[in-house]
Design a protein around this ligand. Structure first.
Ligand code: PMP
Length: 384
């Protein structure tokens, strides 16, 4: 055995010990069906809708359980084509291109568009896949302070006028729930001749007049040329898409390695997503119920003096700050039958650990009251 291979177990043990020592070990739990889920991203309550399950089964029967190849070989099926057209329509773009996951859509888009001569400007709180995509591309990356357009403008102004520039932001920030000012980002990008990419993973299906997200039909393709949406959150299935011009999507088909070198989305998932888009259009009351749940939770939590963040989206973090406190509250809530996210560094900055509570159209008053009562109890138990 070589020295290197014998060194590996030691390296793994050291990395594990370091993470445990920092109190940051990530536990993976099997989600019990007996828990009320305040941790997921199934904002419209579609993931368990029987109509999606039926469409998925029917899609699998008609087209196969798997696509059997990548899109460019023989895996691109009619159901993918129909879904791409429907997604493009939803967000008011000429075209949409399906990816297997949002992580891959972001990785592939940045890798295909950028090289070491590109300057990429990222909001400090952007999703990991956006940061990783820029790294993969070799671009020169800079991060601006969260939603700070003056800081972004300073960075843009310092960059050579002729350089290729790309501004990148989450639409709804996944750990904070606040929303990018897309109009201001589009103005700034236009002024500095930069392209703008918005990842609307958490806005799609939730925000916008048609559930078309925080970009959608409100901001046209000239102002936001690159739009990413994911299907595994409000739409209840899985996968993602990049929407934009014909030229953009064709470029990605040619050059985005996470698009080219992977098996196409299982056709049943595409069929289920089509059913989900039908429900999004025909049942606007789901978005209404979600808005009610958000309003009620925020109102009651504020009365209890809980540390809410400035968010009107389904992502409602409670800023507990301390990692141990977050772990204690999450474990206690779990015991009480309530699943919430315990978010710690390195996912968020040091000192900003939080409970990530997410709301869903299916949460009724009884479920919300149960959560609020338990949060209130935890707060009382801490009182000196
Ligand atoms: N972008 C954002 C903002 C996200 O929150 C996530 C998922 N957590 C992704 C992209 C990745 O999407 P997917 O889960 O489909 O890979």
């Amino acid at each position: 055995m070589s020295t290197l291979s014998t060194a590996w177990p030691q390296r793994l043990a050291e990395a594990a010990a370091e993470r445990r020592g920092q109190g940051l070990w990530r536990e993976r739990r099997t989600r019990g069906t007996d828990l009320v889920d305040f941790a997921g991203n199934d904002y419209l309550g579609l993931a368990n809708d029987p109509r999606l399950a039926e469409a998925q089964a029917e899609g699998a029967r008609r087209f196969g359980s798997g696509a059997a190849a990548s899109h460019l070989v023989s895996g691109h099926l009619e159901v993918h084509d129909v879904l791409e057209r429907r997604l493009a329509e939803l967000v008011g773009r000429p075209r949409a291109l399906l990816f297997s996951t949002g992580y891959m859509a972001n990785l592939g888009t940045l890798q295909a568009l950028c090289d070491d001569a590109t300057h990429v400007f990222q909001d400090r709180l952007n999703h990991a896949s956006l940061l990783d995509g820029a790294k993969l591309s070799g671009a020169r990356s800079r991060r601006f302070h969260h939603r700070d357009h003056d800081d972004l403008e300073r960075l843009l102004a310092r960059t050579p006028a002729k350089a290729a520039k790309l501004v990148v932001s989450d639409g709804v920030f996944s750990m904070d729930g606040d929303v990018a000012n897309v109009g201001a980002l589009a103005d700034l990008s236009a002024r500095h001749d930069a392209w703008l990419m918005i990842d609307d993973a958490h806005g799609l299906g939730v925000l916008g007049a048609h559930g078309d997200g925080c970009v959608g039909r409100a901001h046209d393709v000239e102002r936001v040329p690159i739009l990413v949406g994911t299907l595994g959150k409000a739409l209840g299935t899985g996968g993602a898409f990049v929407a934009g011009s014909e030229a953009l999507t064709e470029h990605l088909i040619q050059f985005a390695r996470p698009y080219v070198f992977t098996t196409a989305q299982p056709p049943g998932v595409a069929a289920a997503t089509l059913a989900s888009l039908d429900i999004l259009a025909s049942e606007p009351e789901r978005r209404e119920r979600l808005r009610d749940a958000i309003g009620y939770f925020r109102h009651e939590a504020a009365l209890l003096g809980l540390p809410l963040a400035d968010s009107f989206t389904p992502i409602q973090p409670l800023m507990l700050a301390d990692t141990e406190r977050v772990m204690h509250w999450a474990a206690d809530l779990h015991e009480a039958g309530l699943a919430v996210g315990a978010i710690r560094p390195p996912t968020v900055p040091r000192g900003e650990a939080r409970l990530r509570i997410t709301l869903c159209a299916k949460h009724d008053r009884a479920a919300l009251d149960r959560l609020l009562e338990n949060l209130s109890r935890l707060q009382r138990e801490e009182a000196p």
